[in-house]
Design a protein around this ligand. Structure first.
Ligand code: DGJ
Length: 748
């Protein structure tokens, strides 16, 4: 709800309030943004200025409360006495003043190609103006989340050059820490915490994309905030290009936060009557800690960001050909894999890179869409039909934004590639196509569309594998071009499940999620790495948005050997898939995978859409009366003590059945210690043990009981862990990187 009275705006969402005031100078002050308060609380929440500000500027020499440098603002400009960072720069002073406002139901549609949150909401639109310029500030309340954006229009007589324009800014009082997420290819989402103090904390990407280096979403929290308690702001941007955010505390104790398009190399000339629209920023406040914030953010993304067709819709368990085959396949090999995938329980077969042109490695073929008939003699249609005949859906990989110099497309249109006046510099042997050009966008839309209509295709993995160069001031236009292309391809085909990807998580952001409901969050599928990647994504994104695949061990990126059980257990908490060569799996591995998929399918909606909680030693998802906890371990410790699992969010009074998912032990993992299990002294390197390892599994500790929600939340005592005293089926025999999954179901 949004109300206005006596120059005060009161924005009220689920669990938060924002109080803003138009002061006597026509400026917008941020009196409060945080826990729910009433309009009448203004008196208590206004700041008492007027102590004398020394060298600072006063708007009115006789009014000590008119010092712009200490006022908490909703929006501020430079050049007139506020020396904190300004969200807008046009090369001269500005003095925007409140002009009028509107409050209405629903969103104000963005006119350019930028995506935005959509659905039921209340919107406040405030118009601020100064000589020649109109600034519209938009505030939309979607349940527990506020979105903000700005639009600047030239209403004067001269061209105006925007050097910087943020989507929002706000000043809030208090001590805060900023958690930002950084990394690189195969190492996305590494968290970094900094205390907001006098120096500016900046989170900015410059690669042309939202990037794996500096993720656009970040958290601002009180130092004492925990998962359950304390004030936490989750902030994100519905944008896939270069982004910028800063957090800085003033001497008076106000922390200024802003976010928008990176001003680096940004410049936009506004001609007469022309407007510039910023991307929409998302601000989610909770006084119930990081968990409370995440829960609201997840609900927001699931309901207002991802395309309507996919909201709440089950995602298939897929098999992807990449890690198993790379470029080395033909129809026979693929069909063999598809058949095995089907037998294991997969529901979709995804043909990744390598199906077109001369694409036998990553040096050629990008840009061409002609099917490689040597690999797929019956064409895409023939191949897709064969996959469907096996009872599987069919998905296909594309990388439409890029071109190899060794491709028919590049030979025909070298000028379509993004280059500068210097020697072309390649990333993964490829150039980007210039999506700011209409003819390039039309080519992609037409040719991807042709392939999609040529066969029964249910899913697309849309990849993009390099950072940009040569975009300069066109970086924003490139991203608008990308949105235009994806909209034109997928809006007429809403039933196609679009999973965006950019060398894994190089473009994981809310903008891409408006285009398609899933993103491949990392090429690193090592489950221990995924604990960081998926765990940190979980602050801002629901599990339905990221693909999580089981791959081979030793792992391709880390060489780490992890139990198959752990690879499954970690991948359950997302949209499950398998990405390894199935041909050489042992029968007992196949049995284990079958059991994993059957388990996942049984609880798919809990895993994909259940409310997600971070536990001390793992994760939990919960939907209706079912809660599932994954407990993940690093390296084993000698003489382990008690282990307790504290579940969350259960009904204290209700009874639950509690059981761990059955996991099998490989005989080979015991080596010479097998003598503790069988009364024979076997050669650990001998044929008997090797054969037994391939054929025989042993049960692991099973814990099955009934307990109240109160007991499960207080902490259920798990079975003891192996401690050098031999195998016992009543203990849990976990090796390094072992893990388990526990299911608690309400007893009716
Ligand atoms: C990068 C992606 O992240 C991978 O999953 C795979 O699709 C390759 N590209 C294919 O070239």
């Amino acid at each position: 709800m949004i109300t206005y009275k006596n120059n005060i705006f009161h924005i009220q969402g689920k669990g938060f309030s924002s109080l803003m005031r138009i002061n006597k100078y026509g400026q917008l002050e941020q009196l409060h943004f945080g826990e729910e308060v009433e309009m009448e609380d203004v008196q208590a929440l206004e700041y008492h200025t007027g102590l004398g500000w020394g060298s600072s500027i006063l708007l009115d020499d006789n009014d000590l409360a008119s010092c712009p440098d200490v006022i908490p603002y909703v929006w501020s400009e430079n050049g007139r006495g506020d020396y904190r960072e300004s969200p807008l720069e046009i090369g001269k002073s500005m003095e925007f003043k409140y002009k009028c406002h509107k409050i209405y139901k629903g969103v104000a549609p963005i006119k350019c190609a930028l995506p935005q949150a959509k659905g039921e909401c209340d919107t406040l639109e405030i118009h601020m103006s100064q000589n020649g310029l109109l600034l519209k500030l938009y505030f939309s309340v979607f349940d527990g989340v506020l979105t903000r954006r700005a639009v600047l229009t030239n209403i004067g007589k001269e061209t105006v050059e925007i050097q910087k324009i943020m989507s929002f800014m706000m000043d809030i009082y208090g001590d805060y820490e900023a958690t930002t997420f950084h990394g690189s290819w195969i190492a996305e989402m590494r968290d970094s915490k900094q205390v907001a103090q006098g120096g500016r904390i900046v989170n900015e990407s410059l690669t042309g994309f939202s990037s794996n280096q500096h993720h656009p979403g970040f958290l601002v929290s009180e130092p004492e905030a925990t998962e359950e308690y304390g004030r936490v702001y989750g902030i994100n941007l519905i944008y896939s290009g270069n982004h910028y955010a800063s957090i800085q505390k003033s001497y008076q104790g106000l922390t200024r936060i802003m976010q928008g398009i990176s001003p680096n190399n940004f410049s936009k000339k506004l001609q007469l009557k022309e407007s510039f629209e910023t991307p929409e920023a998302v601000i989610c406040f909770s006084d119930k800690g990081f968990g409370g914030m995440s829960e609201k953010m997840h609900a927001f993304v699931n309901r207002y960001i991802i395309p309507e067709y996919w909201q709440g819709r089950e995602r298939p368990v897929l098999y992807n050909s990449w890690e198993g085959c790379m470029f080395d396949f033909d129809q026979r090999r693929l069909l063999g894999l598809a058949k095995t995938a089907k037998d294991l329980g997969c529901e979709m077969f995804v043909l990744d890179d390598g199906w077109f042109g001369k694409r036998n490695d990553d040096k050629a073929g990008l840009g061409d869409y002609n099917i490689n008939k040597k690999k797929l003699p019956q064409g895409m249609n023939g191949f897709a039909d064969k996959i469907h005949a096996l009872g599987l859906q069919f998905g296909l990989w594309f990388e439409p934004e890029s071109v190899n110099m060794d491709s028919d497309l590049y030979r025909a249109h070298p000028d379509w590639a993004l280059t500068d006046e210097f020697t072309p510099v390649l990333g993964r042997h490829q150039l980007l196509l210039d999506l700011t050009k209409q003819e390039v966008r039309d080519y992609i839309v037409e040719n991807v569309g042709k392939v999609l209509d040529s066969a029964n295709i249910n899913y697309v993995k849309w990849d993009m594998n390099r950072h940009s160069i040569a975009l300069g001031t066109k970086a924003h236009d490139y991203i608008l071009g990308l949105y235009d292309v994806q909209r034109r391809v997928f809006e007429p085909r809403p039933h196609i499940l679009l999973e965006n990807c950019a060398s894994g998580g190089n473009r994981f952001d809310l903008g891409m999620l408006c285009m398609g409901p899933q993103i491949w969050c990392s090429d690193d599928t090592d489950p221990i790495e995924r604990l960081t990647i998926q765990g940190n994504l979980s602050y801002l994104y629901p599990q339905s948005t990221y693909g999580t695949h089981v791959s081979a061990a030793p792992h391709a990126q880390t060489l780490r050997v992890t139990p198959l059980a752990t690879r499954g257990n970690v991948s359950f908490f997302g949209c499950l898939g398998y990405e390894l060569d199935l041909k050489h799996l042992l029968s007992l591995e196949k049995e284990e995978i079958k059991a994993q998929i059957a388990f996942y399918k049984k609880y798919r909606m809990v895993f994909q859409y259940g409310s997600f909680k971070r536990l001390k030693n793992g994760w939990q998802v919960k939907k209706d009366g079912t809660a599932i906890a994954g407990v993940f371990r690093g390296q084993v410790a000698a003489a382990p003590g008690y282990e307790v699992l504290r579940m969350k969010d259960l009904d204290k009074k209700k009874q639950y059945s509690f059981v761990n998912r059955e996991q099998k032990l490989r005989v080979g993992q015991f080596g010479a210690l097998i003598k503790h299990v069988v009364p024979v002294n076997l050669n650990p390197n001998g044929a008997i043990l090797r054969t037994a390892d391939r054929k025989i599994t042993m049960g692991d500790g099973k814990q099955e009981l009934k307990a109240s929600g109160a007991a499960l939340m207080s902490g259920i005592r798990l079975l003891p862990i192996f401690q050098g005293t031999g195998y016992d089926k009543n203990q849990r025999t976990l090796t390094d990187f072992g893990s388990e999954v526990f299911v608690a179901e309400e007893v009716l």
